[in-house]
Structure formats: C-alpha cells, structure tokens
Unconditional design. Sequence first.
Length: 262
Amino acid sequence: MSKVVGFYDSGIGGLPYLDWLKKHTAGCSFRYLAESRHFPFGTKTEPEIKSIVIESIGRFIESEHPDLIVIACNTASVTALASLRQKYPIPFVGVVPAIKPAVAISKKKAIGLFATNKTVSQLYTQNLINTFASGCSVSKFAMPEIVAFVEKNIFTATEDEIERIITPAADFFKEKGVDTVILGCTHFVYLEDTFKKVLGRSISVIDSREGVGDRAIALLEKIQDHADDAKGDLFFVTSIEKMPGNYKGISSRYGLAFGGEI
C-alpha cells in the first residue's frame, strides 16, 4: 500500500524539496516531472507559463495518477497554482517565498528576497510581503541567469565559479544591511552552503523546504493508502531531446530512476 506524490518544476530545482519529504515521511512513492521542453520559465510571459504548467500537469496526472502534487517552482506556483486547483481535483502544494518564517527570525526586521524576475515582480509576492512583513524592509534581488547555471553546471562547477556567480547578490544584500535572506527560487537551494559562506555568519539564509514538506505531510495524512503500482520513484521530463542538464545522473543522486518522457 502506498501514496503517490508528484513533484513538478521547470528543471531540477524541486529535487531538494522531494528529498526533504522522502526523509520525513513513509509509505509514499515519488514521481518527478521536469519541464525540459520549456526550460527556463524566466523568458516567458505569465499567460505562457500558466498554459505550459496546466498542460504538463494534465499529462502528468493522466500518466502517473498522483495523490498530491507539489509545484516545486516559485514562478509556476505564483503564476498557475490557483488555476491548477480550479481545474484538477487533487491537492496541490505550492512553493512561495518564505516571507513569514523570515520575519520570525529577523532581529533587524531587514530581509532580503533572492529570486527570479517573475517571482520578485509578482503581485502574489507583494501580497505576501504586505501580509506578513509590513513592519520590515524587504530588499529584492533577481538573478534569473543563476537558474540556467544551476540546471547545467551545479554538479560540475568549481567552488570559485559558484562564488563568482552569487557574489553580486551577496554584495547587494550586505549593502542593504539585511540579516535574513530568503532563497525564493528552488534552484537557488543548491547554492545555499556557498551563499552562506559568502554572506557571512551575521546573515541567515532560509528557504521553503520545511514549510512545503510539512504542508504536504498534513495533506497526505488525509489521503487513503491504495495499492502500490510498484513503479518505484521515477524522474520524468517533458522532452528528452531538450534536456538542458545531465538529468539521468542528477536524478540518480536523489534515488530516482529515469522514466523518460511524459
């Protein structure tokens, strides 16, 4: 008996979120869909992103019959989550910037948001800030090019290369005097350790993994177990021809077999 948990992202950004949930729950099998055909989302309009996500999730549901799907992408979540919930009758968990947790730990009430252009500029993000961080200063910094760097190079890049690409963001947040930085893109989680080192000990770095995982666990507890299809944990792409990274190798790092194209 098992439950099937789906994860969806523009690429590999959601894998650390899947890994967190695997370590904190039992009785689940996992299916991951990377939007390789349309990677990256940063160059696309909101209507384009919404259309891509809704269509791909429809194929994902038809193929793998997940009991719950985590939209493990900030941009996809803030753009398409409401539409997904209206269209499909299964629970969805979105990933949004960890504004509320950042406020709770920030002593100076000076917070940095490190994300993509789409997430930084979204009204949804501003509403989160207005709701949970009205008494704080929130400095936003967008570096969409880091998404492609992570997707293609994160497991082959040197520490110096990683430090160079994140230095502009680190310098910006230091200049703004923040004491807490939110990683507002799932791809940025791969840079966490290096980013902490470059920022220094006086600045905390947080993301949404725990909050997203806890929400998924709470929803899974309400879902009945059913017969396991014995497929195991699988990683899929929307286009094998357009994989921007070494997906077969990367998915195996997270205990997922490569399942091909959906």
